[in-house]
Design a protein around this ligand. Sequence first.
Ligand SMILES: C[S@@+](CC[C@H](N)C(=O)[O-])C[C@H]1O[C@@H](n2cnc3c(N)ncnc32)[C@H](O)[C@@H]1O
Length: 225
Amino acid sequence: MDRKPASLDWRTTSPSELMAVYDRWSNQYDTDLQRMHGYRVPKVAADSLARYVPREATILDLGAGTGLVGEALYELGYRNLYALDGSAGMLEQARQKGVYRDALLHMIGVDSPPRIPFNAVIAAGLFGPTHVLAKMLGEVVSWLEGKGGHLVFTLRADEYDGDSDFAAAMDELTSSDAWRLLEDVTPFKGLPKSDPDRLFRAWVFQVPRRGDAASSGKERPVDSR
Ligand SMILES: C[S@@+](CC[C@H](N)C(=O)[O-])C[C@H]1O[C@@H](n2cnc3c(N)ncnc32)[C@H](O)[C@@H]1O
């Protein structure tokens, strides 16, 4: 059984090494994350998206991993789901869940934008200083600008709070009207079993269609549960 090595230092791991770590971990990832850590990040992200995005929307699960977000979205009634990840092993697990229409092997920051007409992008556990960096937020926003849509993503609170690259990149996208904040989710415990003091953050943004200002128009949640 392959597990993420306890000694692994994410900070010194190159993107290709990172994908190899996830490939090796893929068989065991769900068991580790759910049983050992009580991992809640995918469910919180999916619930957040569901407050704004209609069920018929086409959703790209960015950094889908083994498909925990897809599973949560499927349970909420979404059927037009696409998984994208740079690890073939993780994607194979996602495929086996049977909730995605397709699973795309794609290295974010390297490959050109996926050619799927999606209305929303969701990324749980993907962005961070050791995975996909803050500068990629703007690129993902640009993928949505053709039609406009929603972006939901999570970060570890300690990797956002204070003077982080993420806070700066997000402020820049807000001040340039590239997106509009719909919800700043109350910080939550994402790993309650293993790391109960660690908080995570999640946001829902609306990306306007290119040419429409982000600050115009009002949007109400589709589901006020
Ligand atoms: C912590 S896992 C999160 C998986 C899933 N979203 C979840 O919450 O369980 C991070 C995922 O991001 C993927 N990933 C990291 N960097 C990537 C990149 N540059 N391009 C594509 N996928 C990447 C990894 O392969 C891994 O599956």
